[in-house]
Write a protein that binds this ligand. Structure first.
Ligand code: DHK
Length: 150
């Protein structure tokens, strides 16, 4: 019997072009590949997997996770990581664990990618593992949720 609340896996702008976008940085796999890997890693935990180029839509998904009392949020906010106080304010309302995920090591890139608003409320941050890091992040999120971490 599966009684887990859902894991929300949320992806921000331009990640719909994964595989075609700067593959030297983000790799050749697509977001559909990432979703499949995440669903396997989630096992019997329900998954809500979304990508949006809209800050409003991304924040709306965070509100949905709050209202559904989701088990956890795995979020790659992409560029909104570094620009959106509105996204930070939404994530601060979530009571469960939050993993901030970046395909690339943002700290080894241009300075514009070095200051994350999301990190001010994330439970954990993963960066630089490549797209193949997503399922690792899902497994980590399940553990954090099981441990009742925030
Ligand atoms: C993805 C993006 O789209 C960029 O804006 C970030 C992040 C890096 C990533 O590595 O997944 O700077």
């Amino acid at each position: 019997m599966n009684d887990h609340k859902p894991l929300f896996i949320l992806n921000g702008p331009n990640l719909n072009r994964l595989g075609r976008r700067e593959p030297e940085i983000y790799g050749h796999h697509t977001l559909a590949d990432v979703e499949a890997w995440c669903r396997v890693a989630a096992g019997d935990w329900p998954v809500v997997f979304r990508q949006t180029n809209s800050e409003e839509m991304l924040i709306g998904s965070v509100h949905e996770a709050i209202d559904e009392e989701a088990a956890g949020i795995l979020i790659n906010p992409a560029a909104f990581t570094f620009t959106s106080l509105a996204l930070l304010d939404a994530l601060k309302m979530f009571k469960g664990p939050i993993i901030e995920f970046h395909i690339s090591n943002v700290h080894r890139r241009e300075p514009i990618y070095h200051r994350s608003y999301v990190s001010m409320t994330a439970t954990a941050v993963m960066a630089g593992l490549g797209a193949a890091g997503y399922p690792e992040a899902v497994r980590a999120l399940k553990r954090l949720a099981t441990e009742g971490r925030r």
